[in-house]
Write a protein that binds this ligand. Structure first.
Ligand code: ZN
Length: 141
């Protein structure tokens, strides 16, 4: 099994068993994102404990990439303070849209699986949508 196959397995696992999927009751912040090209729509709800993201969940409909990316995003930012979460989001978006030679930032290693999609520009928005919705939620806070 080569690395690309391994990455695809991780993506499909997040798609089939999404982490933090569902609704947050009485969220402190909500964020939205939509990708008309693919029909993806996401809504995020977050609860804060002081400045830290205590809980973040997503719901909506989307393709496998969109939902897998959202699942990974929630795992990556849970427990992070607002500024850290924004930094992660910016780093992911820059890494993802940069050339294929850019190394994955060490702290984002689990997200490396998303790199299999970089060769398919039409699908990039599917991956980035969750992070855009995160930015939206953090901005609303
Ligand atoms: Zn999509």
């Amino acid at each position: 099994m080569d690395l690309a196959d391994l990455y695809k397995d991780v993506l499909m696992d997040h798609y089939r068993r999404p982490r933090n999927h569902g609704r947050v009751s009485q969220p402190d912040a909500v964020g939205h994102g939509s990708n008309p090209l693919c029909g993806d729509e996401l809504e995020l709800g977050a609860k804060f404990d002081g400045d830290a993201i205590k809980q973040i969940r997503f719901r909506g409909r989307g393709c496998s990439l969109c939902l897998a990316s959202a699942s990974m995003m929630t795992e990556a930012v849970t427990g992070k303070v607002r500024a850290e979460a924004l930094n992660i989001s910016t780093a992911v978006q820059e890494w993802f849209t940069a050339g294929a030679v850019t190394p994955v930032p060490a702290e984002l290693e689990p997200l490396a699986t998303l790199s299999v999609v970089r060769g398919f520009p039409a699908r990039r928005r599917c991956v980035l949508l969750a992070w855009e919705a995160l930015d939206d939620a953090l901005a609303a806070r």
